[in-house]
Design a protein around this ligand. Structure first.
Ligand code: PLP
Length: 390
């Protein structure tokens, strides 16, 4: 008898995901199929992971070639792919050094540790507080969960780490007041708050925070786990804001579908993490790094222009829907505030063969960056029909 995957999933896997009603089996690029052969257009990209879609050939070839050469050997030894990737990232961003890990939360843990050590090395004990923003999301480990500026995430897991305070997004006075009241070593923000509702920060606010922080030797950590690697129409979203962060964290898309993350350090703190102060068994794994090289080297200006064009197209189309209150976002990171029940719209989109996401009460669309125009247009037409259906 065929296995009932949905029932078995509920029985054997911890129930934290509230999964959508599709058992996905295979796919290519922006089109996926479930176990019954039903076709779906993917406007979710594995939550901002699959920038070139699923099972992308270039990434697959890079991964397979490395898999046949050297799968894993530990960070006690040098391996070529992580060096090539680190050099590529530094050359493309102007950052000076990279630490590799496996997930967004870990990339942020590394940033938090480095910010505290930077301050400790320079100023001694006590200057360890990190300002994050209300509605932010930085991960689910204890430190990154503490960093999240969302009360709903904090309900069940106290006590939390000491040294995190939460400012109002887009309110510089709120950041400044917290910096004056606390002994602050860093400010950490997503430039487009993803899980918090696809909210791009006001450029004037970001500029003011960065200028103030740099004046006070407070490190600026930009969390690019979701916004990074081309998602917003620039290699990293901070480039759209013309700022120079001290630390940039990224994960998701850089791995092309394998677990991979990077924490990048600017001049200011490139020497902060020293021998044995941090580490990771799998961080920089050769297979993941080889795949990541094949992703990063293809995120060029032409693709970034295409991302901005597709994002503008989706925004214009959805703004025309009578049941849409507003469309937010940047590039191909799009939030849609609806005037009707979100759960119903998501379910109907999936039923009609389009995979979509939610973020704090908004419909969230994160298509693969290279989704073909005809496929995108077909999916957007379906989403529009669902949104405006009576
Ligand atoms: C901005 C941001 N930071 C951190 C994370 C955590 O990433 P991971 O789930 O890979 O630990 C996420 C995940 O959605 C995120 O969007």
């Amino acid at each position: 008898m065929a296995m009932d995957f949905k029932a078995a999933d509920k029985e054997y896997i911890v129930n934290v995901y509230n999964r959508m009603d599709a058992v996905l089996d295979h796919g290519k690029g922006s089109v996926l199929y479930d176990v019954n052969g039903k076709e779906y257009i993917d406007l979710s990209a594995g939550i901002a992971v699959n920038v070139f879609g699923v099972c992308d050939d270039v990434w697959k070839d890079a991964v397979m070639a490395q898999l046949n050469k050297l799968s894993h050997i530990s960070n006690v030894f040098y391996t070529e792919p992580q060096v090539i990737l680190a050099k590529m990232l530094c050359e493309k961003t102007g950052m000076k050094k990279v630490f590799f890990s496996n997930s967004g939360a870990e990339s942020n843990e590394c940033a938090i540790k480095a910010a505290r050590k930077y301050s400790h090395d320079k100023y001694g004990d006590g200057r360890y507080t990190i300002i994050t923003l209300k509605n932010s999301f930085h991960g689910r480990t204890m430190a990154t969960l503490t960093a999240c500026g969302q009360d709903s995430l904090h309900e069940d897991f106290g006590p939390f780490l000491d040294g995190f305070v939460y400012a109002e997004a887009d309110n510089f006075e709120s950041v400044k007041a917290l910096a004056e009241e606390n002994n602050v070593c860093a400010v950490m923000m997503e430039l487009v708050q993803g899980e918090g509702g696809v909210h791009p920060l006001d450029p004037a606010f970001v500029r003011a925070v960065v200028d103030y922080a740099h004046e006070k030797d407070i490190l600026v950590i930009i969390d690019e786990v979701q916004t990074g690697n081309g998602r917003t129409g620039a290699l990293y979203a901070y480039m759209n804001y013309s700022i120079h962060p001290d630390i940039v964290t990224t994960a998701k898309a850089i791995g092309g579908g394998l677990p991979f993350a990077a924490t990048m350090f600017a001049d200011s703190c490139q020497y902060t993490l020293t021998d044995h102060t941090h580490g990771s068994t799998f961080g920089g794994n050769p297979i993941c790094a080889a795949g990541a090289i094949s992703i990063i080297e293809r995120l060029d200006d032409a693709l970034m222009a295409e991302v901005r064009e597709k994002g503008a197209y989706i925004k214009a189309e959805l703004e025309g829907c009578q049941n849409v209150e507003f469309v937010s976002g940047m590039g191909l990171m799009i939030g849609v505030k609806l005037k009707k029940d979100l759960g119903t719209v998501v379910k109907e989109c999936v039923d009609k063969g389009v995979l979509v996401l939610t973020a704090n009460g908004l419909l969230r669309l994160l298509p693969p960056l290279n989704i073909p125009w005809d496929v995108l247009k077909k999916a957007v037409a379906i989403v529009k029909d669902v949104i405006d259906a009576e």
